[in-house]
Design a protein around this ligand. Structure first.
Ligand code: ADP
Ligand code: MG
Length: 230
């Protein structure tokens, strides 16, 4: 599989996992919506990359040691254009340097509209093998622990039931003036990851996580994704 190739062999072996933009490129092949984005090597390149995208923009740093990016100040949201994106990258570099982290580069991407943040993953049960996970995601994932699990491959019915079984399911029905979430789009995403022929078949022995998927009234966007090699 390509994920295994990306983290195996030669110099690449030192890299524990493919980078976020590489995982997102693979997600796109599976029909999963990801934000439009461009990688950049320097704050100056961040500015030119930003010029190709529609604000508000997000700047993230990537590299070994940047697993939980927000914890290291490696995610900046709500940037209005190239100048703000460049400044965010400069500040990010300084902050990361204080933590002893030198990023490999930046990912500049379009900011998805707000919605319900979900987690979708593939975990491995030692007895049963690959299992699809879906639940409430974003910053509250660990606090809420509201997830559903089903053996891969899941059917469309399984995917719908997983969502309906969450304690937080009413959030998907629309809440505080928000439109109901596009549950069909979330179900398509669950099938792209955990259904027959889905991405789970390419993961070899590793695990995989999209956190968050942002579900709006009109689609579901995977704004963060990572592969965890076995
Ligand atoms: P972390 O490594 O900390 O999980 P994320 O890439 O998930 O970093 O970014 C942190 C948070 O920022 C996400 O949970 C999400 O709320 C928000 N975010 C990140 N990228 C985007 C984006 N492209 N559009 C909208 N929100 C985003
Ligand atoms: Mg995340």
């Amino acid at each position: 599989g390509r994920f295994a190739d990306a983290s195996g062999g030669g110099a690449a072996r030192e890299r524990a996992a493919p980078f976020e933009h590489e995982v997102k490129a693979l997600l796109r092949e599976y029909g999963v919506t990801v934000p439009r984005g461009v990688t950049a090597d320097s704050p100056g390149e961040v500015a030119s990359a930003a010029g190709e995208l529609v604000p508000p923009l997000v700047v993230k740093a990537f590299g070994p040691g940047l697993v939980h990016k927000s914890d290291s100040g490696a995610v900046r949201l709500g940037l209005a254009g190239p100048a703000e994106a460049e400044r965010a990258a400069v500040e990010m570099l300084a902050g990361l340097a204080r933590l002893g982290i030198a990023p490999d580069g930046f990912l500049v991407e379009e900011q998805a509209a707000p919605g319900v943040e979900l987690i979708v993953g593939v975990v491995r049960d030692p007895g049963f093998g690959p299992v699809l996970l879906a639940g409430l995601g974003g910053v509250w994932t660990e606090v809420l622990r509201d997830t559903a699990l089903r053996l891969c491959p899941v059917s469309e019915d399984d995917a719908r039931r997983m969502l309906a079984s969450l304690r937080g399911a009413p959030l998907l029905d629309g809440h505080r003036g928000r439109p109901p979430a596009d549950v069909d789009a979330v179900v398509r995403l669950l099938l792209a990851i955990g259904g027959r022929g889905g991405l789970w078949e390419r993961l070899e022995l590793g695990e995989f996580e999209i956190n968050p998927v942002i579900a709006t009234g009109d689609g579901a966007v995977a704004v963060d994704a990572r592969y965890l090699p076995a």
